[in-house]
Write a protein that binds this ligand. Sequence first.
Ligand code: GLU
Length: 504
Amino acid sequence: MPVRVRIAPSPTGDPHVGTAYMALFNMIFARHHGGKFILRIEDTDQTRSRPEYEQNIYEALKWCGIHWDEGPGIGGDYGPYRQSERTDIYRKYVAELLASGKAYKCFCTAEDLVEMREISKAQGGKQGYDRRCRNLSPQEIEEREAKGMPYVIRLKVPLTGECVYHDAIKGRITCPWADIDDQVLLKSDAFPTYHLANVVDDHLMGITHVIRGDEWMSSTPKHVLLYEHFGWEPPTFMHMPLLLGTDGKKLSKRRNPTSIFYYRDTGFLPEAFINFLTLMGYSMTGDREIYSLEEIVKEFDAKRIGVSGAVFDINKLEWLNQQYLINNIPEDKLWERIREWSFNDPFIKKLMPLVHTRIKTFSEFMELCDFFFIAHMKYTHELLEIKDGNEQMAAAILQTIIWRLDELEDWGSHGMHTASKDVAEAFSVNHKKTVMRLLFGSLMGKQQGPPLFDSVEILGKDRTRVRLLGAIEFLGGISNKNLSLLKKSWDEKNLAAFKEKLQK
Ligand code: GLU
């Protein structure tokens, strides 16, 4: 059977390094076996999916040099490749499961579910849902439907025994069925959940190997059961090690630069970036660390994939990038690459309105705009000092701005203006003298510069986020305890108790 593999990202956020990591290994696997690599967009979460995030996935993968053989923009024999265009298909399959008694309608309300979860938690149980609709009589179901009660469709998970499957990387995996909820397959808006759509599509698209991150392992038993219920042959599962930060914790945008665009905008070379990603969880023969995509495609051996977490160390990436710069870019080509990166006309022209009336000589252009081109900010305590509070308070202000920008889903000039104003108000501090000054320091590494909000717009979301996090870290970080208190106070729109705590 020809190898067919896929990545199935959800367009619900910035293009994550984990997506490139998985795409890369799937592409290498497909090419090594002379198979096909498919891109499928899993956009069934109507509330979180956005067309711009989908475009960003394409753009980011292309920057990495990752190309798919079938999928959006290319087509193929198994389309459509966007799940929101396949909803009729899922409904048909879920109807089959209902008819054969392998799934059932559940009429519980959101409040019922909250209550069940609380009871279960108090009893130390792993289940969120108590299966109260699993054995409704046909008459009870009819009555509820006649009343127009909305329902979801749930999977009937065995009550005893265990799920056993073979993972081609991790070996034999077992999991007691009792630990698994009767998973929702179809939501009340008639959209499928990830589990249903993922299995149906993997089957219909002829996927032979599911190569995905470790974090999906808890979902696999549900998928194995679905394959069994449908009477389909499951694909071979291969769960790749999770990407970890140097702190040993899962890579997260709350702590690390996770957007692929951050690496592009900071001036890494895509060829070094993907070489680095292949080092995550894989080791070439002879412990070689620098090699081309063609070499790994040729030599690829799934047995060389590691089983435990892979550390994403930016210092290592920088080292590798330098090796590429030295060895792959001759001196007479260097300027061309730097120019393409950020000294290109469209980018530089964006800066002109910011500097036009602010420079006395051309050389002051660089003095004003250096922060658009540098990656390592040089913070000092004086630079990030605020008049009306200590460093912990400054860190809390920056953290709250991140939350507010995420809430607004706008990291541009308008979003930053609103966020900084809202946060100044919440902390009862001066917007200009305290919050904006702190932002100048954090984002530009200076107390004054070109207009702040326009600069944020050009700097872009990814670098802005990473700099805010960097400044928070420089200020000593925020302890977990303070972070949860801050979050709670922010959500309740009352920061008085938090501020009081910091003053003690
Ligand atoms: N939609 C999932 C994601 O966002 C797909 C996981 C899988 O590969 O099954 O990564």
